[in-house]
Write a protein of this length. Structure first.
Length: 228
């Protein structure tokens, strides 16, 4: 763990939160991830060893607890009061990042697993017709994790990389950069479709209201400070 050797509370907090990946792990937990693989999907470039180490440190510091999943193998992770109290700090950090730390996205920063995890979290089942809805995403520029399915049933939203075998209601086809720019609010769905960068096919019941049920990134309305 980092050590600054100062009594200042900023220093003491940074000793806990300043290690690489730690704040992003807390981000995933605050957004609803509870299992190791869910956390790792949102942090696709972290190694299992480092993730285990960071989770252990957070347990030791009292920010989360590890519980065995009843009648199943494995564990789940739940934030304590100390961990949950970080929500406004993470939110303000994200707002600052959207405004001041966001330049042109490089190809290395495009992360389909993070993108699809976030889309899963932001789907609004109450804006969709009743019953089951299946959405298929196809990323034309990827070799791995090229196809994704989101299945919504009784307000439960599941994310799959294998075809669940259900009838698809909406097909979304584009490259990863286009979907990321749409998701972050840099490119409107209308403009992406007009430029033939994004194709959405399905019943008009779904397609015409896509902006109501798809949602966007939580802070997509915040523009970089360098832009008007």
């Amino acid at each position: 763990m980092l050590e600054y050797g100062q009594f200042c509370p900023v220093s003491k907090a940074t000793e806990i939160l300043g290690e690489k990946w730690t704040l992003l792990i807390i981000r995933e937990l605050l957004m609803g991830a509870t299992r190791f693989n869910q956390i790792q999907r949102g942090l696709s470039k972290i190694s299992p060893t480092i993730l285990n180490t960071r989770l252990k440190t957070l347990r030791e510091q009292g920010l989360l607890v590890q519980k065995r999943i009843p009648e199943q193998r494995g564990y789940e992770y739940q934030l304590t009061e100390a961990g949950r109290e970080l929500y406004p700090i993470v939110l303000k950090t994200a707002e600052w990042g959207m405004r001041w730390a966001r330049g042109q996205m490089t190809d290395k920063e495009l992360d389909v697993q993070l993108l699809m995890s976030d889309i899963q979290r932001r789907i609004k089942p109450d804006k969709l017709p009743g019953g089951q809805t299946v959405i298929r995403f196809l990323f034309t520029d990827l070799d791995h994790y090229k196809e994704w399915w989101i299945k919504i049933q009784n307000k439960e939203v599941d994310l799959c990389t294998e075809n669940p075998g259900n009838e698809v209601d909406v097909y979304v086809t584009c490259d990863l950069r286009t979907m990321t720019e749409v998701w972050m609010g840099d490119l409107s769905i209308h403009q992406a479709r007009s430029d033939n960068r994004l194709k959405i096919v399905g019943s008009s019941v779904y397609v015409k209201d896509i902006q109501s049920w798809l949602g966007l990134y939580l802070l997509a309305d915040i523009r970089p400070a360098s832009l008007p």
